[in-house]
Design a protein around this ligand. Structure first.
Ligand code: COS
Length: 389
Protein backbone atom coordinates (compact mmCIF):
# COMPACT_ATOMS: atom_id res chain seq x y z
CA UNK A 1 0.00 0.00 0.00
CA UNK A 2 2.88 2.36 0.66
CA UNK A 3 3.42 2.89 -3.08
CA UNK A 4 -0.11 4.23 -3.60
CA UNK A 5 0.33 7.88 -4.66
CA UNK A 6 -3.03 8.80 -3.09
CA UNK A 7 -1.47 8.47 0.34
CA UNK A 8 0.86 11.36 -0.45
CA UNK A 9 -2.15 13.61 0.02
CA UNK A 10 -1.96 12.95 3.73
CA UNK A 11 1.78 13.26 4.09
CA UNK A 12 3.28 16.66 4.85
CA UNK A 13 5.46 17.80 1.95
CA UNK A 14 9.18 17.65 2.64
CA UNK A 15 9.55 21.38 1.96
CA UNK A 16 6.83 22.11 4.52
CA UNK A 17 8.70 20.09 7.15
CA UNK A 18 11.94 21.92 6.31
CA UNK A 19 10.13 25.23 6.49
CA UNK A 20 8.69 24.30 9.90
CA UNK A 21 12.16 23.44 11.24
CA UNK A 22 13.55 26.77 9.98
CA UNK A 23 10.78 29.00 11.32
CA UNK A 24 10.62 27.09 14.64
CA UNK A 25 14.32 27.63 15.21
CA UNK A 26 14.03 31.34 14.40
CA UNK A 27 10.92 31.75 16.57
CA UNK A 28 12.52 30.05 19.57
CA UNK A 29 15.75 32.05 19.28
CA UNK A 30 14.56 35.49 18.21
CA UNK A 31 10.89 35.83 19.19
CA UNK A 32 10.16 33.69 22.27
CA UNK A 33 12.69 35.45 24.54
CA UNK A 34 10.75 38.73 24.16
CA UNK A 35 7.18 37.38 24.23
CA UNK A 36 6.52 37.88 27.96
CA UNK A 37 7.98 41.40 27.92
CA UNK A 38 5.99 42.37 24.81
CA UNK A 39 2.82 41.27 26.64
CA UNK A 40 3.77 42.85 29.96
CA UNK A 41 4.76 46.20 28.42
CA UNK A 42 1.99 46.09 25.80
CA UNK A 43 4.63 47.01 23.23
CA UNK A 44 5.02 46.21 19.55
CA UNK A 45 7.29 43.16 19.03
CA UNK A 46 9.97 45.02 17.09
CA UNK A 47 12.46 42.16 17.63
CA UNK A 48 10.01 39.81 15.93
CA UNK A 49 9.43 42.19 13.01
CA UNK A 50 13.20 42.60 12.52
CA UNK A 51 13.81 38.85 12.70
CA UNK A 52 10.91 38.02 10.35
CA UNK A 53 11.97 40.71 7.87
CA UNK A 54 15.63 39.65 7.95
CA UNK A 55 14.74 36.02 7.27
CA UNK A 56 11.96 36.69 4.74
CA UNK A 57 9.25 35.10 6.91
CA UNK A 58 7.29 38.36 7.17
CA UNK A 59 5.06 37.82 4.14
CA UNK A 60 5.88 34.51 2.45
CA UNK A 61 2.60 34.55 0.51
CA UNK A 62 3.61 37.44 -1.80
CA UNK A 63 3.97 36.04 -5.34
CA UNK A 64 7.44 35.81 -6.85
CA UNK A 65 6.61 38.23 -9.69
CA UNK A 66 6.16 40.92 -7.02
CA UNK A 67 9.49 40.17 -5.33
CA UNK A 68 7.96 37.74 -2.83
CA UNK A 69 8.57 34.09 -2.16
CA UNK A 70 5.31 32.80 -3.64
CA UNK A 71 4.86 30.33 -0.79
CA UNK A 72 1.64 28.30 -0.87
CA UNK A 73 -1.18 28.75 1.64
CA UNK A 74 -0.15 25.76 3.78
CA UNK A 75 3.38 27.15 4.03
CA UNK A 76 1.99 30.54 5.11
CA UNK A 77 -0.06 28.74 7.80
CA UNK A 78 3.03 26.89 9.05
CA UNK A 79 4.93 30.18 9.46
CA UNK A 80 2.04 31.77 11.39
CA UNK A 81 1.53 28.64 13.52
CA UNK A 82 5.18 28.40 14.54
CA UNK A 83 5.41 32.08 15.46
CA UNK A 84 2.10 31.82 17.39
CA UNK A 85 3.48 28.82 19.31
CA UNK A 86 5.85 31.23 21.06
CA UNK A 87 4.14 34.64 20.68
CA UNK A 88 0.57 35.29 19.55
CA UNK A 89 1.17 39.02 19.05
CA UNK A 90 4.13 38.44 16.74
CA UNK A 91 2.23 35.91 14.64
CA UNK A 92 -0.06 38.73 13.57
CA UNK A 93 2.81 40.20 11.53
CA UNK A 94 2.75 37.48 8.83
CA UNK A 95 -0.99 36.82 9.34
CA UNK A 96 -2.11 40.42 8.83
CA UNK A 97 0.40 41.07 6.04
CA UNK A 98 -1.52 38.36 4.21
CA UNK A 99 -4.96 39.66 5.25
CA UNK A 100 -4.02 43.21 4.20
CA UNK A 101 -2.87 42.20 0.72
CA UNK A 102 -5.09 39.23 -0.17
CA UNK A 103 -7.86 41.34 -1.74
CA UNK A 104 -5.25 43.04 -3.92
CA UNK A 105 -3.75 39.68 -4.90
CA UNK A 106 -7.17 38.23 -5.71
CA UNK A 107 -8.78 41.17 -7.48
CA UNK A 108 -6.30 44.02 -8.05
CA UNK A 109 -4.65 44.94 -11.30
CA UNK A 110 -1.01 44.39 -12.08
CA UNK A 111 0.06 48.04 -11.74
CA UNK A 112 -1.38 48.34 -8.23
CA UNK A 113 0.16 45.02 -7.23
CA UNK A 114 3.54 46.30 -8.47
CA UNK A 115 3.10 49.42 -6.37
CA UNK A 116 2.23 47.64 -3.10
CA UNK A 117 3.37 44.03 -2.97
CA UNK A 118 7.16 44.48 -3.34
CA UNK A 119 7.03 46.88 -0.38
CA UNK A 120 5.27 44.27 1.76
CA UNK A 121 7.69 41.54 0.67
CA UNK A 122 10.48 43.98 1.58
CA UNK A 123 9.32 44.48 5.17
CA UNK A 124 6.60 47.13 5.22
CA UNK A 125 3.31 45.98 6.73
CA UNK A 126 -0.27 45.86 5.46
CA UNK A 127 -3.63 45.87 7.28
CA UNK A 128 -7.24 45.14 6.39
CA UNK A 129 -9.88 47.75 7.18
CA UNK A 130 -13.44 46.42 6.93
CA UNK A 131 -15.04 46.78 10.39
CA UNK A 132 -16.53 49.95 11.81
CA UNK A 133 -17.93 50.74 15.26
CA UNK A 134 -21.49 50.10 14.04
CA UNK A 135 -20.60 47.57 11.34
CA UNK A 136 -18.78 44.57 12.82
CA UNK A 137 -20.47 41.26 11.97
CA UNK A 138 -22.87 43.21 9.74
CA UNK A 139 -19.98 44.45 7.65
CA UNK A 140 -22.15 45.64 4.73
CA UNK A 141 -23.66 48.30 7.03
CA UNK A 142 -20.41 50.32 6.83
CA UNK A 143 -20.56 54.11 6.58
CA UNK A 144 -17.10 55.06 5.31
CA UNK A 145 -17.63 56.81 1.99
CA UNK A 146 -15.50 57.10 -1.13
CA UNK A 147 -16.63 59.65 -3.71
CA UNK A 148 -15.23 60.02 -7.19
CA UNK A 149 -13.63 63.39 -7.91
CA UNK A 150 -12.29 63.53 -11.46
CA UNK A 151 -9.94 60.59 -11.70
CA UNK A 152 -9.42 60.50 -7.92
CA UNK A 153 -11.36 59.11 -4.99
CA UNK A 154 -11.97 61.02 -1.75
CA UNK A 155 -12.46 58.96 1.41
CA UNK A 156 -14.25 60.03 4.59
CA UNK A 157 -15.14 57.98 7.66
CA UNK A 158 -13.52 55.68 10.17
CA UNK A 159 -12.64 52.02 10.72
CA UNK A 160 -12.45 50.16 14.03
CA UNK A 161 -10.44 47.27 15.52
CA UNK A 162 -7.82 47.35 12.79
CA UNK A 163 -5.01 44.94 13.59
CA UNK A 164 -1.55 46.49 13.32
CA UNK A 165 -3.25 49.83 12.61
CA UNK A 166 -0.70 52.63 12.84
CA UNK A 167 2.18 50.22 12.19
CA UNK A 168 1.17 49.31 8.65
CA UNK A 169 2.13 51.30 5.57
CA UNK A 170 -0.68 50.01 3.33
CA UNK A 171 -4.37 49.49 4.19
CA UNK A 172 -7.01 47.66 2.20
CA UNK A 173 -10.01 49.87 2.93
CA UNK A 174 -13.59 48.99 2.08
CA UNK A 175 -15.84 52.03 1.53
CA UNK A 176 -19.28 52.80 0.15
CA UNK A 177 -19.17 54.22 -3.37
CA UNK A 178 -22.87 53.84 -4.15
CA UNK A 179 -25.15 54.08 -1.08
CA UNK A 180 -28.18 52.99 -3.12
CA UNK A 181 -26.76 49.56 -3.84
CA UNK A 182 -26.07 48.05 -0.40
CA UNK A 183 -23.32 45.41 -0.45
CA UNK A 184 -22.96 45.90 -4.23
CA UNK A 185 -22.19 49.58 -3.68
CA UNK A 186 -19.02 48.90 -1.70
CA UNK A 187 -15.53 49.21 -3.23
CA UNK A 188 -12.05 48.32 -2.02
CA UNK A 189 -9.07 50.69 -2.09
CA UNK A 190 -5.40 50.69 -1.15
CA UNK A 191 -4.70 53.59 1.20
CA UNK A 192 -1.18 54.55 2.21
CA UNK A 193 -0.33 55.71 5.74
CA UNK A 194 1.27 58.81 4.21
CA UNK A 195 -1.93 59.86 2.41
CA UNK A 196 -3.01 63.25 3.73
CA UNK A 197 -6.05 63.06 6.00
CA UNK A 198 -5.37 59.48 7.12
CA UNK A 199 -4.67 58.86 10.80
CA UNK A 200 -5.05 56.73 13.91
CA UNK A 201 -7.50 58.11 16.47
CA UNK A 202 -7.38 55.44 19.19
CA UNK A 203 -5.52 52.27 20.17
CA UNK A 204 -7.50 49.68 22.15
CA UNK A 205 -6.50 48.36 25.59
CA UNK A 206 -6.96 44.63 25.31
CA UNK A 207 -7.17 41.32 27.17
CA UNK A 208 -4.58 39.63 24.97
CA UNK A 209 -2.41 39.99 21.84
CA UNK A 210 -1.18 43.08 23.63
CA UNK A 211 1.87 43.48 21.40
CA UNK A 212 -0.20 43.95 18.28
CA UNK A 213 -1.82 47.38 18.11
CA UNK A 214 -5.58 47.32 17.43
CA UNK A 215 -6.49 50.77 16.21
CA UNK A 216 -9.26 53.01 15.07
CA UNK A 217 -8.45 54.72 11.78
CA UNK A 218 -9.91 57.91 10.40
CA UNK A 219 -10.11 59.29 6.88
CA UNK A 220 -10.64 63.03 6.49
CA UNK A 221 -10.94 63.94 2.83
CA UNK A 222 -8.22 61.46 1.96
CA UNK A 223 -7.59 61.93 -1.76
CA UNK A 224 -6.20 58.88 -3.51
CA UNK A 225 -5.52 58.39 -7.22
CA UNK A 226 -8.06 56.45 -9.26
CA UNK A 227 -5.67 53.57 -9.85
CA UNK A 228 -5.74 52.66 -6.14
CA UNK A 229 -9.14 51.01 -6.44
CA UNK A 230 -9.04 47.20 -6.25
CA UNK A 231 -11.07 45.78 -9.13
CA UNK A 232 -14.27 47.40 -10.35
CA UNK A 233 -16.35 49.87 -8.31
CA UNK A 234 -18.98 47.86 -6.41
CA UNK A 235 -16.90 44.69 -6.18
CA UNK A 236 -15.30 45.54 -2.83
CA UNK A 237 -17.61 43.62 -0.48
CA UNK A 238 -17.18 40.42 -2.46
CA UNK A 239 -13.43 40.95 -2.50
CA UNK A 240 -13.53 41.47 1.27
CA UNK A 241 -15.47 38.23 1.87
CA UNK A 242 -13.37 36.31 -0.63
CA UNK A 243 -10.30 37.54 1.25
CA UNK A 244 -11.68 36.07 4.48
CA UNK A 245 -12.20 32.73 2.73
CA UNK A 246 -8.43 32.71 2.18
CA UNK A 247 -7.37 34.10 5.52
CA UNK A 248 -9.68 32.45 8.08
CA UNK A 249 -7.46 29.35 7.85
CA UNK A 250 -4.49 31.55 8.79
CA UNK A 251 -6.28 32.52 12.00
CA UNK A 252 -6.93 28.81 12.46
CA UNK A 253 -3.18 28.35 12.13
CA UNK A 254 -2.57 31.03 14.74
CA UNK A 255 -4.99 29.24 17.08
CA UNK A 256 -3.27 25.89 16.49
CA UNK A 257 0.10 27.49 17.26
CA UNK A 258 -1.10 29.07 20.50
CA UNK A 259 -2.68 25.76 21.55
CA UNK A 260 0.50 23.83 20.71
CA UNK A 261 2.56 26.29 22.75
CA UNK A 262 0.29 25.76 25.77
CA UNK A 263 0.29 21.98 25.29
CA UNK A 264 4.11 21.86 25.08
CA UNK A 265 4.37 23.93 28.26
CA UNK A 266 1.86 21.68 30.06
CA UNK A 267 3.67 18.48 28.99
CA UNK A 268 6.96 19.82 30.35
CA UNK A 269 5.50 21.20 33.57
CA UNK A 270 3.44 18.15 34.53
CA UNK A 271 6.51 15.94 34.26
CA UNK A 272 8.49 18.19 36.61
CA UNK A 273 5.84 19.20 39.11
CA UNK A 274 5.63 16.70 42.00
CA UNK A 275 2.65 16.24 44.31
CA UNK A 276 1.84 13.29 46.57
CA UNK A 277 5.42 12.10 45.92
CA UNK A 278 5.01 11.70 42.15
CA UNK A 279 5.18 13.79 39.02
CA UNK A 280 1.62 14.94 38.31
CA UNK A 281 1.96 13.45 34.79
CA UNK A 282 1.83 10.03 36.54
CA UNK A 283 -1.80 10.62 37.44
CA UNK A 284 -4.37 9.34 35.02
CA UNK A 285 -6.39 12.57 35.20
CA UNK A 286 -3.37 14.51 33.89
CA UNK A 287 -2.67 11.88 31.23
CA UNK A 288 -6.25 11.94 29.94
CA UNK A 289 -6.28 15.74 29.86
CA UNK A 290 -2.98 15.86 27.94
CA UNK A 291 -4.18 13.14 25.56
CA UNK A 292 -7.40 15.05 24.80
CA UNK A 293 -5.50 18.31 24.35
CA UNK A 294 -3.01 16.71 21.95
CA UNK A 295 -5.79 14.93 20.03
CA UNK A 296 -7.75 18.14 19.51
CA UNK A 297 -4.70 20.19 18.48
CA UNK A 298 -3.85 17.55 15.89
CA UNK A 299 -7.42 17.48 14.54
CA UNK A 300 -7.47 21.29 14.32
CA UNK A 301 -4.10 21.33 12.55
CA UNK A 302 -5.27 18.86 9.91
CA UNK A 303 -8.44 20.85 9.31
CA UNK A 304 -6.51 24.10 8.97
CA UNK A 305 -4.07 22.60 6.44
CA UNK A 306 -6.95 21.07 4.47
CA UNK A 307 -8.70 24.46 4.38
CA UNK A 308 -5.45 26.19 3.38
CA UNK A 309 -4.82 23.64 0.62
CA UNK A 310 -8.37 24.24 -0.59
CA UNK A 311 -7.78 27.99 -0.56
CA UNK A 312 -4.74 27.35 -2.72
CA UNK A 313 -6.82 25.44 -5.25
CA UNK A 314 -9.77 27.85 -4.84
CA UNK A 315 -7.84 30.85 -6.19
CA UNK A 316 -9.34 29.81 -9.51
CA UNK A 317 -13.04 30.77 -9.65
CA UNK A 318 -15.63 28.22 -8.57
CA UNK A 319 -14.15 27.12 -5.24
CA UNK A 320 -17.64 26.71 -3.80
CA UNK A 321 -16.70 24.91 -0.63
CA UNK A 322 -13.92 27.29 0.28
CA UNK A 323 -16.15 29.43 2.51
CA UNK A 324 -17.35 26.45 4.53
CA UNK A 325 -13.93 24.97 5.20
CA UNK A 326 -12.31 28.35 5.84
CA UNK A 327 -14.94 29.27 8.44
CA UNK A 328 -15.02 25.75 9.91
CA UNK A 329 -11.26 25.48 10.31
CA UNK A 330 -11.03 28.88 12.01
CA UNK A 331 -13.97 28.11 14.29
CA UNK A 332 -12.84 24.61 15.22
CA UNK A 333 -9.21 25.61 15.78
CA UNK A 334 -10.09 28.67 17.85
CA UNK A 335 -12.49 26.70 20.07
CA UNK A 336 -9.74 24.10 20.52
CA UNK A 337 -7.22 26.82 21.35
CA UNK A 338 -9.52 28.26 24.04
CA UNK A 339 -10.13 24.83 25.57
CA UNK A 340 -6.51 23.68 25.41
CA UNK A 341 -5.03 26.88 26.83
CA UNK A 342 -7.65 26.89 29.64
CA UNK A 343 -6.78 23.29 30.48
CA UNK A 344 -3.07 24.12 30.37
CA UNK A 345 -3.65 26.81 33.01
CA UNK A 346 -5.59 24.21 35.05
CA UNK A 347 -2.73 21.71 34.84
CA UNK A 348 -0.29 24.37 36.08
CA UNK A 349 -2.58 25.02 39.07
CA UNK A 350 -1.86 28.24 40.97
CA UNK A 351 1.35 28.73 39.00
CA UNK A 352 -0.65 28.79 35.76
CA UNK A 353 -2.60 31.79 37.00
CA UNK A 354 0.57 33.84 37.42
CA UNK A 355 2.62 35.67 34.83
CA UNK A 356 5.67 33.56 35.78
CA UNK A 357 4.59 31.05 33.15
CA UNK A 358 3.40 31.63 29.57
CA UNK A 359 0.12 29.70 29.74
CA UNK A 360 -2.02 32.53 31.15
CA UNK A 361 -0.82 34.78 28.30
CA UNK A 362 -1.64 32.02 25.82
CA UNK A 363 -5.13 31.66 27.31
CA UNK A 364 -5.71 35.41 26.93
CA UNK A 365 -4.26 35.43 23.41
CA UNK A 366 -6.40 32.43 22.38
CA UNK A 367 -9.64 34.27 23.16
CA UNK A 368 -9.36 36.70 20.25
CA UNK A 369 -9.16 33.86 17.73
CA UNK A 370 -12.81 33.08 18.55
CA UNK A 371 -13.72 36.70 17.82
CA UNK A 372 -11.78 38.19 14.91
CA UNK A 373 -11.96 37.46 11.18
CA UNK A 374 -15.61 36.66 11.78
CA UNK A 375 -16.87 35.77 15.24
CA UNK A 376 -17.36 32.04 15.59
CA UNK A 377 -21.10 32.79 15.52
CA UNK A 378 -20.81 34.53 12.11
CA UNK A 379 -18.57 31.71 10.90
CA UNK A 380 -21.26 29.19 11.93
CA UNK A 381 -23.75 31.29 9.94
CA UNK A 382 -21.47 31.07 6.90
CA UNK A 383 -21.13 27.30 7.43
CA UNK A 384 -24.87 26.78 7.89
CA UNK A 385 -25.67 28.76 4.74
CA UNK A 386 -23.40 26.47 2.75
CA UNK A 387 -24.63 23.31 4.43
CA UNK A 388 -28.22 24.26 3.62
CA UNK A 389 -27.60 25.61 0.12
N1 COS B 1 -17.06 35.33 -1.56
C1 COS B 1 -17.51 36.15 -2.55
N2 COS B 1 -18.74 36.74 -2.51
C2 COS B 1 -19.52 36.48 -1.44
C3 COS B 1 -19.10 35.63 -0.39
C4 COS B 1 -17.82 35.03 -0.49
N3 COS B 1 -17.38 34.22 0.45
N4 COS B 1 -20.10 35.55 0.52
C5 COS B 1 -21.10 36.33 0.07
N5 COS B 1 -20.75 36.89 -1.12
C6 COS B 1 -21.53 37.81 -1.93
C7 COS B 1 -22.99 37.36 -2.01
O1 COS B 1 -23.17 36.45 -3.09
C8 COS B 1 -23.73 38.66 -2.23
O2 COS B 1 -23.61 39.04 -3.59
P1 COS B 1 -24.95 39.18 -4.52
O3 COS B 1 -25.78 40.23 -3.82
O4 COS B 1 -24.41 39.60 -5.84
O5 COS B 1 -25.57 37.82 -4.49
C9 COS B 1 -22.87 39.68 -1.45
O6 COS B 1 -21.58 39.09 -1.29
C10 COS B 1 -23.46 39.97 -0.09
O7 COS B 1 -23.55 38.73 0.60
P2 COS B 1 -24.63 38.47 1.75
O8 COS B 1 -25.96 38.90 1.28
O9 COS B 1 -24.44 37.07 2.20
O10 COS B 1 -24.10 39.51 2.84
P3 COS B 1 -24.59 39.75 4.32
O11 COS B 1 -24.71 41.22 4.49
O12 COS B 1 -25.74 38.87 4.66
O13 COS B 1 -23.30 39.32 5.19
C11 COS B 1 -21.82 37.86 6.35
C12 COS B 1 -22.74 38.08 5.16
C13 COS B 1 -22.51 38.05 7.69
C14 COS B 1 -21.34 36.44 6.20
C15 COS B 1 -20.63 38.85 6.23
O14 COS B 1 -21.04 40.17 6.44
C16 COS B 1 -19.50 38.51 7.17
O15 COS B 1 -18.70 37.61 6.91
N6 COS B 1 -19.43 39.28 8.29
C17 COS B 1 -18.33 39.15 9.20
C18 COS B 1 -17.26 40.06 8.77
C19 COS B 1 -15.99 39.71 9.39
O16 COS B 1 -15.52 38.59 9.32
N7 COS B 1 -15.38 40.71 10.02
C20 COS B 1 -14.12 40.56 10.60
C21 COS B 1 -13.20 41.47 9.88
S1 COS B 1 -11.57 40.93 9.88
S2 COS B 1 -10.96 41.13 11.68
Amino acid sequence: MSGNPDFDLYRPAEEHEELRAAIRSLAEKEIEPHAADVDEQERFPQEALDALNASGFNAVHVPEEYDGQGADSVAACIVIEEVARVCGSSSLIPAVNKLGTMGLILAGDDALKKQVLPEIAGGKMASYALSEREAGSDAAAMRTRAKADGDDWILNGSKAWITNGGKSTWYTVMAVTDPEKGASGISAFMVNAADEGFGVSKTEKKLGIKGSPTAELYFENVRIPGDRIIGEPGSGFKTALQTLDHTRPTIGAQAVGIAQGALDAAIAYTQERKQFGRAISDFQNTQFMLADMAMKVEAARLMVYTAAANAERGIAPGGQKLGFLAAASKTFASDVAMEVTTNAVQLFGGAGYTRDFPVERMMRDAKITQIYEGTNQVCRMVMARQVLS
